[in-house]
Design a protein around this ligand. Structure first.
Ligand SMILES: [Fe+2]
Ligand SMILES: [Fe+2]
Length: 171
């Protein structure tokens, strides 16, 4: 018999759904990293790879939380990620729309936790919110900067270098 406080089924299902989302975000970022890497955009590739690692860390955090609450994580099929983008602006367009879905997901999960008066699950999900705000704003900024650069190779190299520095700094 376990003395741990088991999650409500609906909350557990929501967290399992989040695992799928985080894992598929990781695979998308790895795909982007590979795309950038073979195009000489090495800084961008590093940045995408760092993002992929971040999404894997989120996946692991949710799995650990489910386990701590005496629930086994369930893994679902992840769709094959896109692998071809016309240019970096298009790639960041996709990232931006993906990151923008997260606040709604978190709100939904928090709403479910509140429905079952599960303050622990509520604060677990809540801790992701500030980072998500940062990620969403960062994706917006990078998209806009790349759009400003347009087809200019020199400008693109500058943004690429900036992304490489960000990745190295762990930002
Ligand atoms: Fe994430
Ligand atoms: Fe993310």
């Amino acid at each position: 018999m376990s003395f741990r406080t088991t999650l409500d089924k609906e909350v557990a299902a929501g967290l399992n759904e989040q695992i799928k989302h985080e894992a598929s975000a990781a695979v998308i970022y790895f795909s982007l990293a590979s795309w950038a890497s073979v195009r000489g955009l090495t800084g961008m590739a590093d940045w995408f790879r760092a993002e992929a690692q971040g999404e894997l860390a989120h996946t692991s955090q949710v799995v650990d939380y489910l386990n701590d609450r005496d629930c086994q994580a369930r893994f679902a099929t992840i769709e094959a990620p896109a692998y071809d983008w016309a240019n970096p602006v298009e790639a960041f367009e996709m990232i931006r729309s993906q990151e923008h879905t997260l606040p709604r997901r978190f709100n939904h999960l928090i709403g479910m936790a509140v429905k079952y008066n599960d303050q622990g699950a509520r604060s677990f999900v809540h801790q992701f919110a500030p980072q998500q705000i940062h990620d969403t704003a960062e994706a917006d900024d990078l998209h806009d900067r790349l759009q400003l650069v347009g087809g200019d190779g020199h400008g693109l190299i500058l943004v690429d270098q900036e992304l490489g520095r960000k990745a190295a700094a762990g930002a």
